[in-house]
Design a protein around this ligand. Sequence first.
Ligand SMILES: [Zn+2]
Length: 232
Amino acid sequence: MGTFFFYLKGTSIWDFVPKHGDSYLIKEIVKIRNDLVVALGGWDRAIDGLSRFVVGNKFLSGKVYDVLRVARVKKPWMSCVWKHFIPPKHSFTVWLASRGRLTTKDRLTFLNLDDVSCYFCRSSPESIGHIFFGCSFTTVVWAEIRKWLGVARDMSTLASAIKWIKKKFKGCRVKDRVVRIAFSSTIFEVWAARNVINFDGGNVSTQDIIARVKTTAYRILYKLNPHFRFTF
Ligand SMILES: [Zn+2]
């Protein structure tokens, strides 16, 4: 019984990212892969899990079908944040944001809102692009988080940030993990803060968000390795 290897266009099925011009078949295979990742509870588990379906040289596709049939989920989560140490609610928020699915005011035009401005800065229309990477409020949060992590690069859009983090921090070093945790946690906390202001009329400062992101990161890292000495 070995690790399940399958290649698409010379790339491991697990790393393959479909492009616009790829064939229908390839896109369908990738969809099944993503469903499997969700059904089995993460990338590592999917890779291990599929290996269990290989007996000798035979791949028991019927068993895979059973798994998918039971837990078919329509959309994949973002692979860069789909790691067992990242809270699912954080991954889910990043995934929703990356798919343009968070209900920012620009998506609620049917409500004819009088005030379409951002809850943080009150000076620009609220959109996903604005609240995460265009807003002066969030810029302060990111600057502080990047300084804390020692990450010099500025991030201008969610898509480019995810792509960059996926490439640069894909390993299992503490730094890789903490960057991914902090990134998804920041997205989550910014969105949560926006909702506190919107629904509860509360007030959230940049320092509140930064403190929450750091606490989340320390808590998870401590859980992963209680003996690790944090130098940041
Ligand atoms: Zn703003």
